[in-house]
Design a protein. Structure first.
Length: 403
């Protein structure tokens, strides 16, 4: 059992490492080509069919790049396709999703206080949501809305907000954020696999057959590529969010996720505008900062929005004095079955992240982590498998804030 646990942990690490490497490659090439496309210079001395050119210097050499809006007159013998970065990122990400959230569904995917479902049903919902997300997005893009970029983006944002809320009604907060990221990343990768690359292949086939390619294929591919560009930063946030329970495990987590999309769009707008015109719309950073402050506030939102009394008032009434004894009993009863030198929870062989909470000294040493992970958020226990109550969470908040 111990050998299998070690193997599974290293398998998870290898999948995560592969996913990060391939994602860096995909994001890097995506950002580069968007910047290149926006920075193209147009003048009257360009060759026929060339929409713009740019000179770049890197690594001690100079590069002269020209873009053909449809295609060059003759197909070059050596043509590089940028597609495997996207495919490998999605495949490694789905593999990681299966290792962590499907194999560990009782801990990381299902919260029976949110929705009491079986593991197979939870996995089926997960996979189906990714497929349905792509179908909805693709139908919207191919509808008359696809001719109006602004209207299309607003509708798509509405879909993302609805999914942010929907996932929080199905899974743990951590899994909800991860799935929203996977939902978006699936759209992005499917754009490459089902639209961008096939359209480019149609253009190449026309050139080889001596036909003039239809410009519509390039236009469609460009639209999907632009969508991918604006969705990248929110996806990165969502994929990293499992380290930050104040983002995914609080009352207004779906609102936080929705605002993250706006922040990502604002930041990309700044760089896209700078590459295209040289202008620097600094207001975007100001707006992004304000939204991030709002997110921080929402993570510890005052009771006025929830209709609940302030946690400290309720907990102080409950505890009166000597609250550490009550905190110790709560942590020992709700957390120490895993966070112990010899964990008692089936399938857990080592204390997660080496954090031990089976003694008074250890509890005091990890007060901040307990406060953030189990008091201010619902990140721990994962899926609330030990049944920690809201009164117990309030107790932890008062204990830490009233020291």
């Amino acid at each position: 059992m111990y050998d299998f646990a070690i193997f599974w942990d290293w398998l998870s690490f290898a999948a995560r490492w592969l996913h990060v490497i391939t994602a860096i490659a995909w994001i890097g090439s995506s950002f580069y080509f968007i910047a290149l496309d926006l920075g193209l210079r147009r003048h009257g001395q360009l060759p026929p069919g060339v929409n713009g050119e740019e000179w770049q210097v890197h690594g001690g050499g100079f590069y002269h790049i020209q873009k053909y809006m449809v295609a060059p007159p003759n197909m070059p013998e050596h043509l590089i396709w940028f597609k495997w970065e996207s495919y490998a990122t999605w495949l490694s990400g789905f593999f990681l999703l299966a290792i962590v959230y499907y194999a560990g569904a009782d801990l990381y995917l299902i919260d029976r206080n949110v929705l009491d479902i079986s593991v197979p049903v939870a996995i089926l919902i997960s996979v189906a949501s990714l497929a349905v997300g792509w179908l909805i997005y693709d139908l919207l893009c191919k509808s008359p809305l696809g001719n109006n970029d602004t209207a299309l983006m607003l509708i798509l944002y509405g879909v993302l907000v609805a999914m942010a809320w929907g996932y929080t009604q199905l899974f743990t907060g951590r899994a909800a954020f991860l799935h929203l990221g996977a939902f978006t990343a699936t759209i992005m990768s499917a754009n490459v696999f089902l639209i961008i690359i096939p359209n480019q292949k149609i253009v190449v086939a026309d050139l080889k057959a001596g036909r003039a390619p239809d410009p519509k294929y390039g236009k469609i591919a460009k639209q999907r590529s632009t969508h991918n560009n604006y969705l990248t930063l929110p996806v990165i946030f969502l994929m990293l969010s499992n380290h930050y329970p104040l983002a995914y495990a609080t009352e207004f987590n779906w609102v936080i996720a929705s605002l993250v999309f706006i922040i990502g769009v604002l930041i990309r707008h700044y760089f896209n505008t700078m590459h295209a015109t040289g202008a620097k719309p600094h207001w975007t950073w100001g707006a992004a900062t304000v939204l991030f402050i709002v997110i921080m506030w929402l993570s510890t939102v005052p009771a006025a929005l929830t209709g609940e009394p302030r946690a400290s008032a309720r907990a102080e009434t409950l505890m009166a004095s000597g609250h550490f004894d009550a905190v110790r009993d709560t942590v020992m009863g709700r957390c120490a079955m895993c966070h112990a030198a010899e964990p008692g929870w089936e399938g857990v062989y080592f204390a997660p992240k080496g954090v031990l909470l089976d003694g008074e000294t250890q509890i005091a040493e990890h007060a901040r982590e307990i406060y953030l992970q189990a008091g201010r958020s619902h990140a721990m226990p994962p899926g609330n498998v030990s049944g920690m109550t809201e009164d117990e969470r309030r107790l932890l908040v008062v204990w830490f804030e009233g020291r």
